[in-house]
Design a protein around this ligand. Structure first.
Ligand code: MN
Length: 239
């Protein structure tokens, strides 16, 4: 088997002394046959270009909030910790991999960052901004149970890439987010929503694999076939 090289964007501690990635992400990519490589904000633009040339795909991990400056908004009081260095790296990576036509898989913060990098916006805080925008209160998107357990349903658009991958019109997923996609980027389409209407997955139908999910499939592959299929489909698209 050809083992595609997947660039992974992970987290940084608050002091910016350490970069790290939770093992689950790397394990899931390896289990699906890929070689995952952690990417760094230390890269210059020419190093970033070299990495886009050499790598077969990009996976964006979950993490802290996105600086609303990335989509032209001022911070609201409910905004959590942001890291401008991580934001800068991921914006550049997504735009470069997208331009190169290579597969991109965004998870949790990753779906939000994909949407922002391609021209969309994000709710800084669902609890405050979602009711103000839609008139509806969101359901609980920060579950208290362990992330290996699903906590809410998503409805999946027929004839979407996501539907083809998971082979179902509904899934139960975990949920550990207080931000979410707001205005959807022009090149992306919503392919799954929670029952309160919150966007839970987006994709670019014109590409073999540009997909973001708001849940954490990497925490569910032990018990959930759909979660495993997502990683397999991504790695296959990168092969
Ligand atoms: Mn959710």
């Amino acid at each position: 088997m050809n083992h595609p090289l997947i660039g992974v964007s992970g987290s940084m501690d608050r002091e910016e002394t350490r970069q790290f990635i939770l093992w689950d992400y790397m394990q899931c990519l390896c289990d699906a046959g890929a070689v995952p490589l952690l990417l760094s904000p230390a890269m210059t633009s020419s190093e970033l270009k070299a990495c886009v040339d050499k790598l077969d795909g990009l996976m964006l991990a979950g993490g802290n909030d996105i600086d609303p400056d990335c989509f032209g908004q001022q911070p609201i009081p409910e905004l959590g910790e942001v890291n401008p260095a991580r934001d800068r790296l991921e914006l550049a990576l997504i735009q470069a991999f997208y331009e190169a036509g290579k597969p991109i898989f965004g998870i949790c913060r990753g779906i939000q960052m994909m949407n922002v990098a391609l021209g969309g916006t994000v709710y800084q805080d669902l609890g405050v901004q979602y009711p103000a925008d839609t008139g509806n209160a969101p359901m609980a998107h920060q579950q208290t149970s362990l992330p290996r357990y699903p906590s809410h349903r998503v409805d999946i658009a027929e004839s979407s890439l996501l539907h083809r991958i998971v082979g179902a019109s509904q899934l139960r997923v975990n949920s550990t987010h207080h931000q979410a996609v707001w205005k959807v980027a022009p090149s992306l389409a919503v392919c799954a929503r929670a029952t309160d209407g919150v966007v839970e997955a987006v994709e670019d139908a014109s590409r073999p694999f540009v997909l973001g999910v708001q849940w954490h499939p990497e925490r569910m592959t032990g018990t959930d076939e759909a979660a495993r299929r997502l990683f397999e489909a991504f790695v296959q698209a990168a092969s």
